[in-house]
Design a protein around this ligand. Structure first.
Ligand code: 13P
Length: 340
């Protein structure tokens, strides 16, 4: 493990008020988003869409790193440039999703365990040789009647820690993503309690597996009421609850926390991140950043529609959303003001 490289990469991912763009949708997820807009679900459409993203002029002003998918890193832009090189040329650090998806957990109806540890050491070796510098593994925790179980939380936390150890061995910074889902009618307090329990378990496992905390990034959910909960707290209340939960659970040695958006609207995700930074930034031990997929991409995808002619307008929407999130890192995103 080269500690200096890991620490440098982890810090670069959260420096200059930039954040990470997740563009690592698996083929089924990407196809689902395309199908909803009537876009053909083909390998070429996925390639063209991702070319639109990585060739967005000025994207590197707000984006520090991009999480890619295995299919994408083996593809090329229309002009023959390999995707990894195109990302590097844009001033963005290339990363890769390495979990093999969240699958039904045996004996635990309604719960999932992320797969992909078998053979991971060899895959990471290849990714490092290809020039990828960080990785992502997503674990999914659902809230419902009698769930999550301790068994589900522990199994996912253990897998995250084993993945993180393999990444650091290979010289890749692990993004550790335990996502507590928004689906359901649970309250903000219930999300707080589950997120607190999950993060405590995850950091316990990371400690046991000897993870260099200075050389990793945490990618958690914000603490939110369930989407179907009748009481939806204000932006400031969400910011307060999220920061309180993170202060209780995330060691100060971790350089950055980069939130997932999880199905929040782009505006709310930015507003909540901005509120956290405007209220707390100066006295937090870690950077509070973003690693959004939908909250950065969705407006651009809706404009793109699979059509070459729409590329400039879609790129403008993508650039704007990335810039708004950079403003949110400075605590300066305001939905009433157009921030550019
Ligand atoms: P969302 O921001 O759309 O939740 O995606 C983030 C991500 O990378 C999920 O693994």
């Amino acid at each position: 493990m080269n500690e200096t490289t890991l620490i440098k990469t982890a810090n670069a991912l959260v420096s200059d008020d930039k954040g990470i763009l997740a563009m690592d949708e698996s083929n089924p997820t990407c196809n689902k988003r395309f199908a909803a807009l009537g876009i053909p679900q083909t390998e070429e459409a996925r390639r063209a869409y991702r070319e639109m993203i990585v060739t967005t002029p000025g994207l590197g002003k707000s984006i520090s790193g991009a999480i890619l998918y295995d299919e994408t890193i083996r593809q090329h832009l229309n002009d023959g440039t390999p995707f990894i090189k195109a990302v590097v040329n844009a001033g963005i650090i290339p990363g890769i999703k390495v979990d093999a998806g969240a699958k039904e957990m045996a004996g635990h109806p309604g719960e999932k365990i992320s797969e992909g540890l078998d053979g991971l050491r060899d895959r990471l070796k290849e990714y490092a040789q290809m020039g990828l510098r960080f990785a992502k593994w997503r674990a999914v925790i659902a809230i419902g009647k009698d769930i999550p179980s301790q068994a589900c939380i522990e199994a996912n936390a253990h897998a995250l820690a084993r993945y993180a150890a393999l990444c650091q061995e290979a010289g890749l910074v692990p993004i550790v993503e335990p996502e507590v889902l928004m689906d359901g009618d649970h309250t903000l307090q219930r999300c707080f309690d589950v997120t607190e329990q999950v993060l405590k378990t995850v950091f316990n496992q990371l400690y046991r597996q000897g993870i260099l905390l200075e050389g990793m990034i945490l990618k958690p959910n914000m603490v939110l009421p369930g989407l179907a909960c009748p009481k939806q707290e204000s932006v400031d209340e969400v910011a307060d609850a999220t920061v309180k939960c993170l202060l209780r659970t995330v060691p100060a040695a971790v350089p950055g926390i980069a939130f997932l958006s999880g199905g929040q609207s782009p505006e709310l995700a930015s507003a909540r991140l901005s509120a956290m930074n405007s209220r707390y930034k100066s006295h937090l031990p870690w950077e509070l950043a973003f690693s959004f997929a939908r909250a950065i991409q969705q407006p651009a995808l809706e404009i793109w529609q699979g059509k070459e002619a729409n590329v400039p307008e879609a790129q403008k929407a993508l650039f704007d959303r990335a810039s708004y999130n950079r403003a949110a890192r400075q605590g300066e995103y305001n939905t009433n003001k157009k921030i550019k």
